[in-house]
Design a protein around this ligand. Sequence first.
Ligand code: ADP
Ligand code: MG
Length: 364
Amino acid sequence: MKVVLEHVTKRFPNRDKKIKTEVTAVNDISFEIPDGKLIGLLGPSGCGKSTTLYMICGLQKLTEGRIYFGEEDVSDLSPENRGVGLVFQNYALYPHMTVKQNIMFPLENLKGDDKLTKDEMLERTYKVAKLVQIDELLERKPSELSGGQQQRVAIARALVKMPRVLLLDEPLSNLDARLRLQTREEIRRIQRETNITTVFVTHDQEEAMSISDQIVVMKLGVVQQMGVPQEVYNNPANLFVAKFLGTPPVNVFRGEVKGGALYIADERICNTPGISDRAVYVGIRPEGFIYSPNGVLTCDFQNVEVMGGAISIVSSHKESENAIIRATVMDDVKIPEGAATVKFDIKPNKLYVFDRETEERLYF
Ligand code: ADP
Ligand code: MG
């Protein structure tokens, strides 16, 4: 089921009643989620991810805009009538019910033509329990399960109604690091097996990058960029996106475009045809540095960190926005004993220039 958001805006009255101005949680966003894909909705806390998800699911009304499932305008449908499955960060299972009863519960409330017999309900329950691999745990109570198992039950409960769209709001946040990795692989597998169009909300860029077919990066209620994770990483549309994606993070320098070339301090880095003279920010990915005795950029050497197969050359620069600069290079690089500086050439496809004022990307 394709999902389309068309100029969707959500304004809330301020939580502080004394403040009369409204809060714009989501500001005129439009994007299309292709049928059967998993989309990662990504951005810092408070940028409007949950609000967007709740509007897709019908828990929040739109202030402006429309939402379509396929060709059907669902903007005014209640959540029950949209055919969505929703999973929250805190599993929200019924503590007094067994796993089986928890999963079956949504089916017991089906009315009219959708009403199922007890046998049909059980069959569906067993099927999704198997899919999320908790079929051995059906008679237990939620308190007898680990966090990861509880979250699987919550996912099973969302899937049992065979939703048209699956919506996950930071579903891994309450799990420890190892379970988080494992459960995200699980979610990916379940999504592939069921082919349900899925929106996965997270503030964790690595999580979003690793499981999404496409990511949507948001900031202050506005979509910054949408695309295949690796493409967005390699071609950020603005400084915010460049900084939000990647660990270690992009290295940011203050620079200058003068007479068709880019300068950091007084070093000429590369030609920038088509960009008029101005102050800029320069983003360089850690893997964009080539250690080179005659390189174009000179940094103050600090130390080397071994990462197994690669090393991280740690340095600093007076025009760097970050306290330290990290350059990831192969581990056969040898820095001379007692070196005070290191020089680098820069891979052109790992260097981005942004207008210092607007922070928008300048292409050349
Ligand atoms: P995220 O999920 O990305 O952390 P949210 O969608 O929860 O962000 O919130 C986006 C913005 O809308 C925040 O500034 C938040 O405080 C505000 N907001 C969310 N829900 C409400 C509400 N019910 N009433 C008032 N403001 C809200
Ligand atoms: Mg949220």
